[in-house]
Write a protein of this length. Structure first.
Ligand code: GLU
Length: 283
């Protein structure tokens, strides 16, 4: 039986203009798909309504087109799908794997100051688990009183439901063992946003049939957690390719604030799409 063609995606957050680092990432995904007659999807990860702006979404599409990249099917815009993310949260909550967390950042810092040094995970200090201990009655009364809360994944309980350790396939490297516990009880729905990056990205990759996730190596630790969510939800495991991050002359990774490497700045300076593709480099 012939292997089905690859489906890749580029999934930027519209918090600024695309720069050379994004072009590098988009080109890797686009070439991986187009080289094999596969599908290349564009997804806009805009659940954080305070940081994302529609004009940046329009600019992303325009810049990619200018570069010569085309995508298959409609663009998925995450902010239109909160009900679907809610459905995943409900499924996990129904299995007792989520709990409401009422702590503020200051509460967490205070808690750690009392216990000792806060261990850090890939997303910052590990949550000390304070609200995991609350009784159902206490949770209900705080919610009824209108206290804002996030929803955290009970990682130990989640891992206990799995039959085998988790791993993923890194292209060119083979199987890589996962350690989702290093995130601690991660937030899956924030107080101010009823979802989170980790939740939406895994849901959407599964929904959209993504078979190869290409993204920067800064997101490699997140894959451990994404594999846990996939296993809990019975979603298929894509292959992963975490590519290097482009750096500027100062050796630091390119960021949206470095206006000089924005694709539209290069375009306005007279660079052609071919030149910009060459600057964005190979994987
Ligand atoms: N939206 C993420 C970002 O812009 C990328 C997500 C991913 O590729 O998994 O950093």
């Amino acid at each position: 039986m012939a292997a089905s063609p690859v489906t890749t995606r580029f999934a930027p957050s519209p918090t600024g203009f695309l720069h050379l680092g994004h072009a590098h990432s988009a080109l890797i995904a686009w070439r991986a798909a187009r080289g094999e007659g596969g599908r290349f999807l564009l997804r806009i990860e805009d659940i954080d309504r305070t940081r994302c702006r529609p004009e940046f979404t329009a600019a992303i599409e325009e810049d990619l087109r200018w570069l010569g990249l085309d995508w298959d099917g409609p663009v998925r815009v995450q902010s239109g799908h909160f009900a679907e993310y809610r459905g995943v949260l409900d499924a996990l909550a129904g299995r007792g794997l989520l709990y409401p967390c009422f702590c503020t950042r200051a509460d967490i810092a205070r808690e750690w100051a009392a216990i000792g040094q806060a261990p850090h995970g890939p997303d910052g200090p590990i949550y000390p688990g304070t609200c995991r201990q609350l009784s159902p009655a206490e949770r209900a009364s705080r919610i009824a009183a209108g206290q804002p809360y996030a929803l955290r994944l009970d990682v130990a309980a989640s891992l206990a439901t799995l039959g085998a350790p988790l791993d993923f396939e890194e292209v060119g490297e083979g199987r890589v063992r996962c350690d989702p516990a290093r995130f601690g009880d991660v937030v899956l729905a924030r107080k101010e946003v009823p979802a989170s990056y980790h939740l939406c990205v895994t849901h959407d990759d599964a929904l959209q049939g993504v078979t190869l996730v290409t993204r920067g190596e800064d997101l490699r630790p997140a894959t451990d957690l994404h594999r846990l969510l996939q296993a809990l939800m019975g979603w298929p495991a894509p292959r992963y390719r975490h590519h290097r991050l482009l750096t500027g002359p100062d050796g630091k990774r390119l960021a949206k604030r470095d206006g000089a490497v924005a694709l539209r700045a290069l375009r306005e300076a007279g660079r052609t799409p071919e030149e910009v593709c060459a600057l964005a480099g190979e994987g």
